[in-house]
Design a protein around this ligand. Structure first.
Ligand code: DC
Length: 230
């Protein structure tokens, strides 16, 4: 049986997944969920709790840190879900260049991924969800009826990331940002567990020469028989 209330959007860093997924959610009346933000939240919380980030992070220490962490969502007045770390919003902190630098290492830890998998699956109980990440169509919801794999050229992705205030270090250039996202893509696609990968049945979209509206329209044209929004 295919899961009709889940729209899975996977793809590499800065491929436009968040913007597109948020737009699709707004238009269809569903919930937008960024799983990257969950990995960023864990990374930020681990940094705050003194997890050593140079080299391989210590798995046993991470287990202890996860025991003290609760990730939850608050609905804002427009019905959007905001991620909370132990009850507090940390939207700015989780988008910092420091967190971006370490998040792939944390996302490759088996205990981190197994801690999140059930929580991510439970979110489908909310109703229509548009979930974006790296392994949504392959691991989290392999039965999702609607799967998309969104990418763009490294240069286009670097330019898009540079345009997002606060996400790149001062003095960053297209070349330096392209290098940082290429390093992250490499780690995300080569890791053993749940690597970044297009699901066989996902629709591939290269958005390098497409506008946001064109991508949203393409996705919507492929979605048929979606349940009414929330
Ligand atoms: O989408 P993002 O750039 O915010 O994601 C941050 C990191 O989290 C990314 O480098 C890889 C990791 N991630 C993951 O491993 N699996 C997901 N489903 C989503 C993100």
């Amino acid at each position: 049986m295919s899961l009709k209330n889940v729209i899975a959007i996977d793809g590499p860093a800065a491929s436009g997944k968040s913007t597109i997924a948020q737009r699709v959610a707004d238009r269809l009346g569903g919930y937008y969920i960024s799983t990257g933000n969950m990995y960023r939240a864990i990374t930020y919380f681990a940094m705050c709790n003194g997890l050593e980030m140079s080299g391989e992070p210590d798995a046993a220490r991470m287990d202890g840190i996860l025991k003290n962490l609760a990730l939850s969502y608050a609905r804002d007045c427009k019905g959007k879900l905001n991620l909370l770390i132990n009850g507090d919003s940390a939207d700015t902190e989780i988008r910092s260049p420091e967190v971006a630098k370490h998040v792939s290492k944390i996302a490759a830890m088996p205990n981190v991924r197994s801690w999140l998998i059930g929580k991510q699956r439970d979110l489908a109980l909310l109703g229509l969800v548009i979930m974006e990440g790296r392994d949504i169509g392959t691991v989290i919801f392999p039965d999702a009826k609607y799967k998309f794999f969104l990418t763009a050229s490294p240069e286009v992705r670097a330019r898009r990331r540079l345009a997002q205030a606060g996400e790149t270090p001062a003095g960053a250039t297209v070349a330096s940002v392209a290098k940082e996202i290429a390093a992250r893509d490499e780690m995300d696609s080569k890791r053993e567990i749940a690597p970044l990968k297009k699901a066989d049945d996902a629709i591939f979209i290269d958005s390098s020469r497409m506008t946001i509206d064109e991508v949203v329209e393409l996705i919507e044209s492929r979605i048929k028989g979606i349940p009414a929004g929330n």
